[in-house]
Design a protein around this ligand. Structure first.
Ligand code: PBG
Length: 323
């Protein structure tokens, strides 16, 4: 076809209806997962300063929240827990009566249709805030695997529909798959946070989950954000170990990784639109510098356009009103 003046790309941009017709990427609430934070107590709803609109909730309140979310058309949540007590062995993570385990049972009872995903990690449960077992200033890989596997099994026992390991230890997907199968949970999928960068954008989350490391940082286990080829190796290895889906994180700074993973792997690709991505738009909007719904929808659309099938986002609830 000849170029201008025969070709005019503005023709389809003339009216809202034409633009609507040829739009390539649409957001659908059914592709969203809403993160929730379970905390001890009853009747507790503790708003989080760094995550406006998001709160820690006690188990009873989370059950109410599950009903509300279903009513809004949000059918999936990702659970995080803030335990009563933390220790070196992260015992709260795999306690049969742990905070996430209680929340799973309560939410399932009130909202049986809700898809319950759990974040499998130790950092919210360890006194030092690292995602694995600590020896001196080392985060010991192989000793952490058993605890992670126990945590995943205990989530499955409490009713998790899928488990999402986010610790970035080598070999955790295989260890979790083995433990789930041994315990009779061969039907529970693993959504692996396969390519998770040591990102500056998790700051507000660490306040929400009370999981900031007491010493050092997470760069000896989470990935260097500069590495895209290594991110694909992480994805490949997790699939070999038995991951059913891949999660890429943070989302906005990793659009190239999302696109590459989409092109290379035929499994569902999840992207986590993390706390800092959300908080920076909220903060700018609060100052009148950005139009929040427009900026949020544009960001989320870009994540989907890059190739994410499922998006974990703190905006899911507000998005229900915007779409
Ligand atoms: C647990 C975990 C983190 C996030 C999800 N799972 C924090 C971290 O790795 O420090 C971050 C989520 C967010 O920022 O919204 N390891």
């Amino acid at each position: 076809m000849s170029a201008f003046p025969a070709t005019r790309l503005r023709r389809f941009r003339r009216t809202g209806a034409l633009r609507e017709l040829v739009r390539e990427t649409r957001l659908d609430l059914r592709d969203f997962v809403y993160p929730v934070f379970a905390c001890p107590g009853t009747g507790v709803e503790k708003p989080l300063e760094g995550l406006p609109g998001i709160a820690q909730r006690s188990v009873d309140r989370l059950a109410d929240e599950a009903v509300e979310l279903m009513g809004l058309g949000i059918g999936a949540v990702l659970l995080f827990g803030i335990p009563e007590e933390k220790d070196e062995a992260a015992s709260g993570a795999y306690d049969e009566d742990g905070i996430v385990q209680q929340a799973l049972r309560a939410m399932a009872e009130r909202a049986p249709e809700m898809v319950l995903l759990t974040d499998v990690c130790l950092c919210e449960y360890t006194s030092h805030g690292h995602c694995g077992v600590v020896d001196g200033d080392e985060i010991v890989n192989d000793l952490s695997l058993d605890l992670l596997a126990k945590t995943a099994v205990s989530h499955a026992e409490a009713g998790a529909h899928a488990v999402c390991p986010s610790d970035m230890m080598d070999g955790r997907v295989g260890a979790i798959r083995g433990a789930l199968d041994t315990e009779g949970f061969e039907q529970v999928p693993i959504v692996s946070y396969a390519a998770k960068a040591a990102s500056a954008f998790y700051g507000p989350f660490r306040e929400a989950a009370e999981s900031a490391p007491a010493f050092g940082d997470r760069r000896s286990y989470q990935m260097d954000p500069a590495n895209a080829r290594e991110a694909l190796r992480e994805c490949e290895l997790d699939l070999q170990e038995g991951a059913d889906a891949l999660m890429i994180k943070p989302a906005f700074p990793s659009l190239d990784v999302i696109a590459a993973a989409r092109a290379r792997f035929d499994v569902p690709i999840f992207a986590y639109n993390v706390s800092g991505e959300y908080a920076m738009v909220k903060a700018a909007a609060a100052r009148g510098w950005l139009d929040e719904p427009a900026a949020a929808i544009e960001s989320l659309t870009a994540i989907k356009r890059a190739g994410a099938d499922v998006i974990v986002s703190y905006w899911a609830k507000e998005l229900a009103g915007w779409l």
